[in-house]
Design a protein around this ligand. Structure first.
Ligand code: GLC
Length: 740
C-alpha cells in the first residue's frame, strides 16, 4: 500500500517510479522558461538549401539566423552527420539550447532503395515491408535523420493520381496492415534508439480521393465514406503509436485538412486521444489563402492552430503571425503551449536534450554507406514485388543458356531511374544501381549474347531508333522489351490524364512484334498503366514497377527463374481512363451487370467491358495452384462466436512457389449498402511443387463492423458470403448466417 502512496506522491511531483522527472514534467518546466516567440519557434520548420521538395527554396542566411535565435524547431532535407551537426551547433547558440529535429522523405529506402511503395504492396509480404523500413531507418538515422515523412497511408482508387506510387493501393484492410508494418519498421525498438526514426502517418486525410485524380484537388465525400475507407489506416497508426502525423493539401468537404477541426481535433486529438504532433504539408498553412479559406496569412495562421496543426512546414505563417495572434487575444496561448509541448516531448523522447548530436555520427554513417546485407535484402524484396501478368506458352522462366537475347526499350540501361520517385539522390547513384541490362548480363551464360537497343526515348515522337531496334530483335532468339512511363512521371504533382506507355513506345512494341520473335514485356511504372494492345498481343508480361538499387538483379532473378514471381496487384488496372475509378470493393447497385459483357439496362458502359483489365489481388506464378476443400466451422453462428475457415491449396505445377491466399466477405444486406467484396484476411504461403497446404483463417463479429448512416461503427446479423481465392475475381464462396 505504501508503494502506491509513493507512486501517487511522485506522480504529483512529476516524477516517475524512480524519482526521476517525467518527460511531461521536463516539458512543463521548459515551457515555463520560454518566451512566446521561442514557443512559436518550435512550431516552425524549414527545408534545407541543397534541394527543395516543394515549390520554393528557403532563404538560407535568414534561416540560419533564426535557428541561432531559437526560432526554428525543425529542418527537413538536411542530412549527413556533418551537415546535421553543423545545423545543430547553430541551435545550441540559442538561449535555451533546444535541439532541432531533422526530417526527410525516407519513403522506400534511403542509401539502399527498395521498390516503390505500390510495388512493395504487390508483395503482400508484411514481414519484408517491415524489414525494409527497419533498414531504411537504420541507414537514415546513421545519416543524422531523426524523422521520416512516412508511411503514406492514403487509400487511392484513381491511377491518374501520381502519388499512388507511394501508397498501398485501393484497399483499406491491406493499406492498414502495410501502414502498421512500416511504422513498426521505422520506430523499431522505440524512439531514442539510435537506429529508430520517428514515423509520420500522412497525408491526413483522404488525399488519395482528389477529384479527377488531379493532385492537390478537392475531396468531397460523405463522413461515412471518409470513416469507412480513408480514415482506418490513420486511426490504426495513431493507436500503434506513430510519432507524428502530416496533414494533407486538399480540402475535405470544403475545409482544408490543415485547419480541419473534425479530423485533427475531434477525431485525432480527441476521440483517438493522440499525443504526438501534426506537421503541415509543405506550405499548406499559407495555401489556405488560395484555397479561399483564409483572407490572408494572419487568418490562415489562426485557422490552422485552431484546427490542430502543430508545426508549420515552410509557409512561414506561424513565424510571422502566431505571436501577433496570441498578443491580440485571437489565439489562446494554451494552443501554442500544447503544440510546442507536443514537439518538445518528441525531442525528449529522441534523447536530443541529453545529446543533440547523438545521431550525427561519422562512424555509423560510414557503416551504413554501402551495406551489402541491405542490398541483398533489396534484391530479394525487388523480385518479390514483381507481378507476372501473362505467361502464355511459358516463355518464362528463360533459360540462362539462351543463345541470343535482345533487351530493347528506353529503360534497359537506366540506373538512377530504378530509384523511382521520392528517393534521396546520392552522387554515386549511377555507379551503385544495377541496371536491367547488367542484371540480365550477370546471369546469362558466358557463351550467350545479350544485345541491346534503346529503340526510342521515354516520351517523344522520335522513331529514328526503330530500325536499329528491329535489326537487333531479328538477331535474337528472345526479345525482352522494357517499356512503361518515366520514373519521375509518377509521384507528387505527376497526375496524368492518359496513363498509357508514353511517347512512341507502343509503336515500337508493335514493330518488334512484327519480327515474330518471342517477346517478354517488362512494364516499368509507379502506378497501374493502360496497355491493352500489349495485354492482348504479347504472350508474356511482367510488371516490374521501379525496384530500387538492386533492380537489375531482382528482375533477372525472376526472368531466369531463380525466384518464382508471387506478386499480386494492390490496385485494379482499368481498361481505359474512362473506366476510372474502378475498384473491387464497389457497391452492387440496383442494376448490377450479370457478367463482363452485360450492357442491357445495367450499370455498365455501352462501349466497354465491365471488369478491370487486371483485378485487385491478381498475379500469376510459374507454377499452378489449385484451391480445394474450403471448410467452415459452421454456416450458422450467433453473437460473439468465431468462424474458422480453411482451404487446401495444392501446387500442381513444376516449381516451388508462393501464393497469396485471399479471404473476402460480402455482407448481403445492411442498413447501408455494403461492398460486393471486402478483403478481411490474406496469407502468403510457400508451397513446394507437388505439395499441398491447409490455410486457416478466423472471422469474428469485429470483422463484420461498418459505419452506418449515423456513423455508428457496429455489425448487423444476417447472411454473409465467405470467399477465398487467388485474387478478387477468382474465389470460391460459401454462404453463412450470423445472428447478432
Ligand atoms: C511534399 C509532400 C510530402 C512531403 C513533404 C516534404 O510536398 O506532399 O509528402 O513529405 O512535402 O518533402
Amino acid at each position: 500500500m505504501k508503494r502506491v502512496y509513493f507512486l501517487l506522491a511522485f506522480s504529483a511531483l512529476g516524477l516517475n517510479a524512480y524519482g526521476q522527472k517525467t518527460i511531461d514534467q521536463k516539458v512543463a518546466e521548459l515551457l515555463s522558461k520560454m518566451t512566446l516567440e521561442e514557443k512559436v519557434g518550435q512550431m516552425v520548420q524549414y527545408s534545407g538549401f541543397e534541394y527543395a521538395t516543394g515549390p520554393q527554396k528557403s532563404n538560407s542566411a535568414a534561416v540560419l539566423e533564426e535557428i541561432k535565435k531559437g526560432k526554428v524547431g525543425s529542418m527537413l532535407n538536411v542530412a549527413g552527420s556533418e551537415e546535421t551537426r553543423s545545423f545543430q551547433k547553430l541551435a545550441m547558440q540559442s538561449r535555451l539550447k533546444i535541439p532541432l529535429l531533422f526530417g526527410q522523405d525516407v519513403i522506400h529506402g534511403y542509401r539502399t532503395t527498395f521498390p516503390v511503395n505500390l510495388g512493395q504492396a504487390a508483395s503482400w509480404d508484411l514481414g519484408m515491408i517491415e524489414k525494409s523500413e527497419r533498414i531504411a531507418a537504420t541507414e537514415a538515422a546513421a545519416y543524422g535523420i531523426h524523422w521520416t515523412f512516412a508511411p503514406m497511408v492514403d487509400i487511392a482508387r484513381d491511377p491518374r493520381w501520381g502519388r499512388v506510387m507511394e501508397g498501398s493501393g485501393e484497399d483499406t484492410y491491406l493499406g492498414t496492415k502495410i501502414g502498421l508494418a512500416r511504422i513498426k519498421g521505422f520506430q523499431g525498438r522505440g524512439l531514442g534508439s539510435l537506429d529508430a526514426v520517428m514515423a509520420c502517418a500522412k497525408h491526413f486525410a483522404a488525399y488519395g480521393a482528389a477529384v479527377g485524380g488531379r493532385d492537390y484537388n478537392s475531396v468531397d465525400m460523405s463522413l461515412r465514406q471518409l470513416n469507412e475507407t480513408y480514415l482506418p489506416p490513420f486511426k490504426a497508426a495513431a493507436e500503434a503509436g506513430v510519432a507524428t502525423f502530416m496533414n494533407s493539401f486538399n480540402d475535405i468537404n470544403g475545409i482544408p485538412a490543415t485547419a480541419n477541426k473534425y479530423i485533427q481535433r475531434d477525431l485525432l486529438k480527441g476521440k483517438w486521444n493522440y499525443k504526438g504532433f501534426v506537421v503541415s504539408d509543405w506550405g499548406s498553412i499559407g495555401e489556405m489563402v488560395p484555397h479561399g479559406y483564409a483572407k490572408d496569412a494572419n487568418e490562415a495562421g489562426e485557422r490552422a492552430i485552431q484546427g490542430g496543426s502543430d508545426m508549420d512546414m515552410e509557409s512561414r505563417v506561424y513565424m510571422t503571425e502566431l505571436p501577433k495572434l496570441v498578443k491580440e487575444g485571437k489565439v489562446d496561448p494554451k494552443l501554442v503551449d500544447d503544440a510546442a509541448g507536443r514537439i518538445l516531448t518528441k525531442k525528449f523522447e529522441m534523447g536530443l536534450f541529453d545529446d543533440p548530436y547523438r545521431f550525427s555520427n561519422e562512424k555509423r554513417q560510414k557503416e551504413q554507406t554501402d551495406n551489402l546485407e541491405n542490398r541483398k535484402f533489396g534484391r530479394e524484396f525487388g523480385s518479390k514485388s514483381i507481378v507476372l501478368l501473362k505467361n502464355q506458352g511459358n516463355i518464362l522462366p528463360l533459360s540462362k543458356t539462351t543463345k541470343t537475347v535482345a533487351l530493347i526499350g528506353p529503360f534497359g540501361k537506366e540506373t538512377v531511374a530504378n530509384h523511382g520517385f521520392w528517393s534521396v539522390a546520392f552522387k554515386d547513384d549511377s555507379q551503385r544501381i544495377v541496371s536491367q541490362f547488367d542484371g540480365i548480363k550477370n546471369q546469362l551464360d558466358k557463351n550467350s549474347t545479350l544485345l541491346y537497343a534503346k529503340g526510342c526515348n521515354v516520351d517523344d515522337q522520335d522513331k529514328t531508333q526503330f530500325a536499329e531496334a528491329i535489326e537487333t530483335a531479328k538477331k535474337a532468339d528472345v526479345v525482352i522489351m522494357t517499356l512503361g512511363e518515366g520514373h519521375a512521371m509518377s509521384g507528387e504533382a505527376k497526375s496524368r490524364s492518359n496513363i498509357g506507355f508514353t511517347g512512341v513506345q507502343e509503336d515500337l512494341l508493335k514493330e518488334i512484334a512484327k519480327t515474330g520473335k518471342p517477346i517478354i514485356l517488362m512494364v516499368n511504372a509507379g502506378r497501374p498503366l493502360i496497355f491493352n494492345w500489349a495485354s492482348d498481343n504479347i504472350p508474356t508480361i511482367v510488371y516490374t514497377w521501379w525496384l530500387g538499387t538492386e533492380a537489375g538483379n531482382s528482375i533477372a532473378d525472376v526472368l531466369f527463374g531463380t525466384v518464382n514471381p508471387g506478386g499480386k496487384l494492390p490496385m485494379s488496372f482499368p481498361r481505359t481512363e474512362g473506366q476510372i475509378p474502378v475498384y473491387y470493393n464497389h457497391y452492387n447497385t440496383g442494376r448490377p451487370a450479370k457478367n463482363n459483357t452485360d450492357r442491357n439496362y445495367v450499370s455498365a458502359y455501352i462501349d466497354l467491358d465491365n471488369d478491370p483489365k487486371y483485378p485487385f489481388g491478381y498475379g500469376l506464378s510459374y507454377t499452378d495452384f489449385k484451391y480445394s476443400d474450403m471448410v467452415l466451422s459452421s454456416t450458422s453462428l450467433t453473437g460473439n462466436q468465431t468462424l474458422n475457415i480453411s482451404v487446401t491449396v495444392s501446387n500442381t505445377g513444376k516449381y516451388d512457389g508462393e501464393e497469396v491466399v485471399q479471404l473476402y466477405i460480402r455482407d448481403l444486406f445492411g442498413k447501408v449498402v455494403r461492398p460486393v467484396k471486402e478483403l478481411k484476411g490474406f496469407q502468403k504461403v510457400l508451397i513446394k511443387k507437388g505439395e499441398s497446404k491447409k490455410v486457416d483463417f478466423k472471422l469474428t463479429p469485429e470483422d463484420l463492423k461498418f459505419f452506418d448512416d449515423e456513423l455508428k461503427f457496429d455489425w448487423e446479423g444476417g447472411e454473409f458470403d465467405i470467399m477465398i481465392g487467388t485474387d478478387s475475381q477468382h474465389v470460391q464462396t460459401k454462404r453463412i448466417n450470423w445472428t447478432k
